[in-house]
Design a protein around this ligand. Structure first.
Ligand SMILES: C[S@@+](CC[C@H](N)C(=O)[O-])C[C@H]1O[C@@H](n2cnc3c(N)ncnc32)[C@H](O)[C@@H]1O
Length: 369
């Protein structure tokens, strides 16, 4: 049997009883068997998001419902009282025709905090155009559609089952931090997820989201069996998501060098290294050094990768040192000499290692010789 998908007609609503409906109606069935429902009327004076009324209607009840809130009135008129009116393509097109009663309220109040100027203008006009529709039910259906569109655009308080609607991205360069993860799980068990995860609409599947930031919280939520996780939806491209993920992740985890290098390499198709250096917490030289990792043979890269995952703390990372004038001159001379000795294709890391080896074997060596 196909699962009942009626709730998809509604908009997200705090305090909605969607999940409780089967239980509520099981209890009702103990007093009034399901076979009698079509002869009964359910009174729902606090309609809210409409789930109880809609479920009751779909299961045969006559429904009498009300609510003081305007959003609930839209649902009542569009979905509960309405049995046959549908909106057509022509009705939809009316939303794009300039409407006289447009008061530009959304544009004046919610740009740029919630909407871009273009979206706000469309919404202002569309709501005004919907008001001009003569048929009351259609008017409410169009308003409901616009409210759904707003939630689709900015479902900031979207709560969803961690595994069902969100998938991990395949570009997160962070290493799994074995030590702090159990602490995170314990904190989420006790206090829940305090800061919403950042997700973006999945470009491959409508209605699903890809994680931009918050992998460990998402994973912990799954392990703890949480039904819901708070998410903030960012309407951004995959490239922007990668940059933002790097900006945010740098504050916490330690990137796995090879994965970071691959990501930088990937972003390098869209941005120059210099532009990336402006956006990310690494200098152009560090980013170029990072890219050098990709020149390593595949088996060595894999080994580094495994090592980085198992021992995040000991994983090889690009080293950053601050050198003052004279130090820098000496460093460059030594690097040039090492490069000459090792051959043109030598990486900076190999050159540095050669210099260090010379130092250890020479005057600053372990035995002080
Ligand atoms: C928790 S919601 C109901 C949720 C609903 N059963 C659902 O599943 O979505 C409570 C609703 O009661 C409405 N409400 C509160 N006081 C009211 C009143 N005095 N008259 C009418 N509605 C009221 C609120 O506007 C709100 O929509």
């Amino acid at each position: 049997m196909m699962p009942w998908r009626g709730f998809e007609a509604l908009v997200p609503y705090w305090g909605g009883k969607r999940k409780l409906c089967p239980r509520i109606f099981r209890e009702i069935a103990r007093v009034h068997p399901a076979a009698t429902w079509s002869s009964l009327r359910l009174v729902d004076p606090f309609l809210g998001g409409g789930s109880v009324s809609l479920y009751a209607k779909a299961h045969g009840f006559g429904v009498l419902c009300g609510d003081q809130a305007e959003r609930s009135v839209i649902i009542r008129k569009a979905l509960i009282e309405n049995d046959e009116v549908r909106i057509s393509d022509d009705d939809l097109l009316r939303l794009f025709v300039p409407a006289e009663g447009n008061r530009a309220l959304i544009e004046s109040r919610y740009v740029p905090d919630c909407f871009t100027e273009a979206t706000a203008r469309f919404l202002d006009n569309a709501f005004a155009a919907a008001e001009e529709v003569g048929d009351e039910t259609k008017r409410h259906l169009l308003r409901l559609l616009l409210v759904k569109y707003i939630y689709w655009l900015r479902p900031h308080a979207q709560f969803s089952s961690p595994g069902a609607f969100i998938r991990d991205n395949d570009w997160n360069p962070n290493a799994f931090d074995a030590e702090s993860y159990p602490k995170l799980v314990a904190s989420i068990r006790e206090k829940g997820i305090l800061e919403p995860l950042k997700v973006m609409p999945d470009p491959e599947e409508e209605g699903r989201f890809v994680l931009v930031h918050g992998y460990h919280r998402w994973r912990a939520a799954g392990e703890l069996g949480l039904d819901e996780v708070p998410c903030e939806v960012w309407e951004i491209s995959a490239e922007e998501a990668k940059v933002r993920g790097l900006q945010l992740n740098y504050l916490r985890g330690q990137p796995v060098p090879r994965r970071l290098a691959e990501l930088v390499h990937d972003l390098h198709r869209t941005y120059s290294v210099e532009d990336l250096a402006k956006m990310l917490p690494w200098s152009a030289t560090q980013l170029k050094d990072s890219l050098e990792l990709l020149k390593l043979p595949a088996d060595l890269r894999e080994r580094l990768d495994r090592q980085a995952q198992q021992e995040a703390a000991e994983a090889p990372v690009p080293v950053t040192v601050v050198l003052l004038g004279q130090e820098h001159t000496v460093f460059q001379e030594a690097m040039a000499a090492a490069k000459q000795a090792l051959g043109k294709g030598a990486r900076r890391g190999q050159c540095l290692e050669r210099i260090c080896q010379g130092y250890l074997a020479g005057e600053g060596g372990r035995d002080g010789g």
